[in-house]
Write a protein of this length. Structure first.
Length: 243
């Protein structure tokens, strides 16, 4: 039997703006149900990497495969909406004219009742089922972000790309929402790429950490190993804030 390909595989991805390379030879793979944290300081190229995988940024080189199928490479580019990828970032946007339930159900297939049931299930997970029929402007910023999380998860993407999606939530709620969201994605066999600049978040959430600096992956491994055996002084300093 042929081995199962990783859910997400990236080989030597390079991205540039105006001839200036900001992502260089990034290679990663994530299995179904695995969380990989792309960790690094602001400006190191995390969001650009994520956007290239989502298909909203065109890389200058590299190959991206999802479940073994090339979506970016020599054979061309697959449209973002045909990649089976979910994208959630800090600057979420809900449709203001749609109810919370319709926002979450947007783009789902099935009958109206089925879509509403799925929306309710997800809103329960982010503890907002009471707002099923409310409109986005009636919710706080943090609540809107939780609706955006539910909406991104609803279509069961094979790969979920998350760009600091928890930074906008207040501390009291953040841990619970974060743990539950990732547990749900794991249950559904989604490969998760979670971008963060916070070592603590990566240590807590990751099955594997990829440490990024100046467009390169400088170290990759289990959180415990990356923390205990940093590749160099800069990596050690980056982790030194954690108590
Ligand atoms: P991170 O998410 O790690 O903070 P980014 O991927 O957003 O980093 O940015 C990496 C580098 O690319 C930065 O130097 C940033 O200024 C630059 N950059 C990002 N987006 C653009 C853009 N649309 N046009 C030009 N430069 C960009
Ligand atoms: Mg960023």
């Amino acid at each position: 039997m042929a081995p199962v390909p990783p859910r997400l595989e990236i080989i030597d991805l390079c991205c540039a703006f105006d001839g200036h390379q900001v992502v260089t030879d990034v290679s990663l793979s994530i299995a179904a149900g695995q969380v990989l944290c792309l960790l690094g300081p602001s400006g190191c190229g995390k969001s650009t990497t994520l956007r290239a995988i989502a298909g909203v940024e065109t890389p200058v080189a590299g190959i991206i495969r999802i479940d073994g199928v090339e979506v970016c490479g020599p054979s061309g580019l697959t449209l973002p909406e045909q990649r089976g990828v979910g994208l959630i970032f800090q600057d979420f946007a809900l449709f203001p004219h749609l109810s919370v339930a319709d926002n979450v159900a947007f783009g789902l297939k099935g009958s109206r009742a089925q879509k509403r049931a799925r929306a309710r299930e997800l809103l329960e997970r982010v503890r907002l089922e009471r707002y099923l029929d409310a409109y986005p402007h009636e919710l706080s910023g943090g609540e809107q972000q939780r609706v955006a999380l539910a909406r991104a998860i609803a279509p069961k993407p094979r790969v979920m790309l998350m760009d600091e999606p928890f930074s906008g939530l207040d501390n009291r709620l953040r841990d619970g929402i974060r743990d539950e969201t990732l547990a749900l994605l794991k249950e559904e066999g989604t490969a998760v790429l979670l971008v963060t600049h916070e070592p603590e978040e990566a240590m807590r959430m990751a099955d594997e950490i990829a440490l990024m600096r100046d467009g390169h992956i400088v170290q990759r491994g289990a959180p415990y190993n990356v923390y205990n055996a940093p590749v160099d002084r800069a990596a050690a300093a980056f982790f030194s804030d954690i108590n």
